[in-house]
Design a binder for this molecule. Sequence first.
Ligand SMILES: [Zn+2]
Length: 226
Amino acid sequence: MRKTHGILIHMKKLLCIFAHPDDESFGPGGTLALWAKQGVDIYLLCATKGELGNNGTGRKTEEIREEELHAAAKILGIGKVEFLGYFDGKICNHEVVRLQKELMKQINKIKPDALMTFDLNGASGHIDHVSVASATTYAFHKTSSPKELYYFTYLKSYTDQVADYFIHFPEGKKSEAVDEIVNIEDVWEKKLAAMHAHQSQIQDVKQILKILNNLPKEECFLVRRK
Ligand SMILES: [Zn+2]
């Protein structure tokens, strides 16, 4: 395990692949802000528009969440966001195979040095996260440009504090089991702003911050290299 402030001069282009608008901010938002500040070109592919998320207005949830993701991406310094057109909660069976092919196509087009997705347990355990992590892993091994794969994961100190959730939340890792811990103190305000850009998910933002506010300002990754 190594602790860094995100000095990764070898990385020029990072492609993040997540499932829902908010995954990028609620998960590795601090790291993305830090690396963007250091000149890494960051792309984000978001599999769904989070159609099943809360809304509370008369507007279509997917429209609101699309706008929210673009706002959050701007705050974090993510240069390009693209939606892949899958439906929230439905990335399973043959959809995963379709996603693998789509990701390979995107990787061959964008040619990133590194990929980022969720831990293979889905980090928060959501089935869309598990599917996206699995398809990203497949695409990582079947393409040549990305040499590193970052899996965003939680520490046990976080997951021990997660209250009842609508899905099973897997137990986080012990710090000695993760490969990289990124110190995000310098960009904490940016992470907060990006999280709050997802206003339709404000209840989740509050729940997450209740825990994050009392923990070290760090984000954790498992890293696989070719
Ligand atoms: Zn999600």
